[in-house]
Write a protein that binds this ligand. Structure first.
Ligand code: HEC
Ligand code: HEC
Length: 297
C-alpha cells in the first residue's frame, strides 16, 4: 500500500529509479477498470486536470492540466499536468508523491491550495487509492508546461466531517456508508452545503444550499438538497433525484446550470446503479433544512 509522506522529494535518485522500475510493472486489469470508474464517474479529476475545448474535454491532452484557474483569498492555481510525461507531468514522481498530493494535499513545496480537493479524497480505501494511481500511470504521457502557481502563506482546508480517515473495503458493503463514500468522492457537499461567515458549514447546513458560483459559463447557486419538502428535494421521487444527478435535469425537466450539468453529463452519468442507489439512500437521510438566504460577504 502506498504510504503518505511529505518527504518524497528527499528520496535519493537511486531509490527513485528503482521505484520507477517497480512501478512500470503492468497494473492488474481489475485495478485499471476500478481506477477508471472512480476517476470518470466520481472524483472527476478531468474537471480540473484536463483542458477543455468548445465540445468538452480534449481527450488527446488528457490530464495535461486544466483550463480553469482557481482563485482564493491567498492562492491562484490551476490543475497541473498529472499525465505520465516524465519531464512536465507526473511520470517521474514516485507513488508517495502522487498519493501525498491526492489524499493529503501535500505537494513538493508543502501544502497545496485547497482547490485540490484532497479533503474529500482522504476517505479513499487503500485499494481504491492504488487503483486511481494505476489508472493515472496507464494514461498517455502528454507534454505540457506546468502552470505558475501562486500560494501566499499557509494553505488550509476544512476536513469533510466523517471523511477524516480512509474507509475499509467492508464499509462499502453497508449501503448507507457506501452512499456517504460516493457523495464524498463526488464532492456533492462542497457545492451543496450552506456557508457560515463565508466558510462551508457541513454541521449546521449540510445540503442546505446557498453557495454562489461564478464560472465562465455564468453564475449559479448550489441548490438545497436536504429532505425539506418544499425548500429541498424531500418531495422528489428517487427517479427524479437520479435524473438530476445523472442527466443534469431538474424536477420540471429544465436543464440544470452548467456547474451541475457538466458534472452530470461528463461524470455522474457513469455512476453504477449500486452507487447511485446508495447515494440516494444517503441523501434521504439528510435532515430537512429550509433554504437559508445567502449571507452577503
Ligand atoms: C476541483 C479541481 C480539482 C479536482 C477535481 C482535482 N484536482 Fe488535483 N489539483 C487541483 C489543483 C488546482 C492543483 C494544484 C494545487 C496547488 O498547486 O496548490 C492540484 C494538484 C494535484 C496534484 C499535485 C501535483 C503536484 O505538483 O504535486 C496531483 C497529483 C493531483 N492534483 C491529482 C488529482 C487527482 C488524481 C484527482 C482526482 C482523484 C484530482 N487531482 C482532482 C485541482 C483539482
Ligand atoms: C461543482 C459544484 C457541484 C457539485 C460537485 C454537485 N453539484 Fe448538484 N448542483 C450544483 C448547482 C450550482 C446546482 C443548481 C443548478 C441550477 O440552478 O440549475 C445543482 C443542482 C443539483 C440538483 C437539483 C436540485 C434542484 O432543486 O433543482 C440536485 C438533486 C443535485 N445538484 C445533486 C447533487 C449531488 C447528489 C451531487 C454529488 C453527486 C452534486 N449535486 C454535485 C452544483 C454542484
Amino acid at each position: 500500500m502506498p504510504r503518505i509522506s511529505a518527504s518524497f522529494h528527499r528520496a535519493p535518485r537511486v531509490a527513485l529509479a528503482t521505484l520507477c522500475l517497480a512501478l512500470a510493472a503492468p497494473a492488474a486489469a481489475a485495478d485499471l477498470d476500478r481506477g477508471r470508474y472512480l476517476v470518470e464517474a466520481l472524483t472527476a479529476c478531468d474537471n480540473c486536470h484536463t483542458p477543455r475545448g468548445p465540445d468538452g474535454y480534449l481527450r488527446d491532452k488528457r490530464f495535461s492540466g486544466g483550463s480553469q484557474t482557481f482563485n482564493g483569498a491567498n492562492y491562484s492555481v490551476r490543475g497541473p499536468n498529472i499525465s505520465p510525461d516524465a519531464a512536465t507531468g507526473a511520470g517521474a514522481w514516485n507513488d508517495d508523491r502522487l498519493t501525498a498530493a491526492i489524499v493529503a494535499g501535500v505537494g513538493p513545496d508543502g501544502r497545496l491550495a485547497p482547490a485540490m480537493p484532497s479533503e474529500y479524497y482522504r476517505i479513499l480505501t487503500a485499494r481504491d487509492l492504488e487503483a486511481i494511481v494505476a489508472f493515472l500511470r496507464a494514461a498517455a504521457p502528454v507534454e505540457a508546461a506546468r502552470p505558475i502557481q501562486r500560494r501566499d502563506g499557509e494553505q488550509t482546508a476544512e476536513t469533510f466531517p466523517g471523511a477524516e480517515t480512509p474507509f475499509e473495503e467492508k464499509d462499502l458493503a453497508d449501503p448507507l456508508r457506501r452512499g456517504f463514500y460516493v457523495a464524498t468522492l463526488a464532492r456533492c457537499m462542497e457545492c451543496h452545503s450552506g456557508e457560515t461567515n463565508g466558510a462551508l458549514d457541513h454541521k449546521e447546513k449540510l445540503g442546505a444550499g446557498g453557495k454562489l458560483f461564478r464560472t465562465p459559463a455564468g453564475a449559479a447557486v448550489g441548490a438545497n438538497i436536504t429532505q425539506h419538502e418544499t425548500a429541498g428535494i424531500g418531495a422528489w421521487s428517487d427517479d427524479e433525484i437520479k435524473a438530476a444527478i445523472t442527466k443534469g435535469v431538474g424536477r420540471d425537466g429544465r436543464p440544470l446550470k452548467p456547474t451541475m450539468a457538466n458534472l452530470s453529463k461528463a461524470h455522474f452519468s457513469k455512476m453504477a446503479a449500486q452507487d447511485l442507489d446508495a447515494l440516494v439512500l444517503w441523501l434521504r437521510a439528510i435532515p430537512p433544512r429550509a433554504g437559508l438566504p445567502k449571507t452577503t460577504d
